[in-house]
Design a protein around this ligand. Structure first.
Ligand SMILES: *Cc1c(COP(=O)(O)O)cnc(C)c1O
Length: 235
């Protein structure tokens, strides 16, 4: 068995155990393999192990890999910062976008989504830890943004996404993730998705209601940002 296949099995076991401990149905928790900086070959290995959903942060890198993997039935999720000149390619080449944090980007995605692909699934990214440097809309701005996005014709607003400030303390992890769930509940919209939980806070995220775990390192190993194939800094 490949290392990647073993890692996917281990992540699956972590998800099942955490789901059981919090009385959740593990089949309601999706696993998004975050493949930024990883090769198309690594994605092929993950596919052979049963993985279907992949998350990418850097547009050009993602488009290159999509082309190399066009023979596989994969579902692609865009999870990185979005510049407005990249919205057309994102609207045309992804099924989900987890990182929408302003109305202008959502409007462009809706205008540019090809009709034949059906609605683009959207999560609004919230700056839940209040860090200056992170993307995401402020919690106070979320309600107005969610209402406006839910009215756009070629988008389907599914829920919220966050990248909390890293913490080793499970209680701190849970408190922040719970606040994202509460924000979602307080919106009063018909939303079914919470995109939260990474390699280090998977268990806390399952406990607090995650429906998409975004897992990179625990599946593919440490990322090598020095690789010439990647374009860190030019998302
Ligand atoms: C890289 C990344 C992840 C995966 O993080 P790991 O700690 O490697 O699991 C998840 N979400 C986003 C938005 C990322 O950029």
């Amino acid at each position: 068995m490949s290392t990647i296949a073993k890692n996917i099995a281990k992540v699956g076991a972590r998800i099942r155990e955490a789901a059981q401990a919090s009385n959740r149905d593990p089949s309601a928790i999706g696993l998004l393999a975050v493949s930024k900086t990883q090769s198309a070959d690594a994605i092929r290995v993950a596919f052979a192990a049963g993985q279907r959903d992949f998350g990418e942060n850097y547009l050009q890198e993602a488009l290159d890999k999509q082309q190399q993997l066009s023979d596989l039935p994969l579902t692609w999720h865009f999870i990185g910062p979005i510049q407005s000149n990249k919205t057309r390619a994102i609207a045309e080449h992804f099924s989900w976008v987890h990182s929408v944090d302003r109305l202008k980007i959502a409007q462009r995605l809706s205008e540019q989504r090809p009709d034949h692909l059906g609605p683009l699934n959207i999560c609004l990214q919230v700056n839940i830890s209040g860090e200056d440097s992170k993307s995401g809309c402020a919690p106070q701005e979320l309600s107005a943004l969610a209402l406006a996005v839910s009215a756009l014709p070629r988008l389907r607003l599914r829920g919220l996404m966050a990248i909390p400030q890293a913490s080793d303390d499970p209680a701190c992890q849970r408190a922040v993730l719970a606040s994202l769930r509460e924000l979602q509940q307080n919106l009063g919209l018909d939303l079914d998705t919470l995109s939260m939980g990474m390699s280090a806070d998977l268990e806390a995220a399952v406990t607090e209601g995650s429906t998409w775990l975004r897992i990179g390192t625990a599946i593919f190993g440490a990322r090598d940002y020095a690789s010439p194939d990647t374009e860190q800094g030019t998302p």
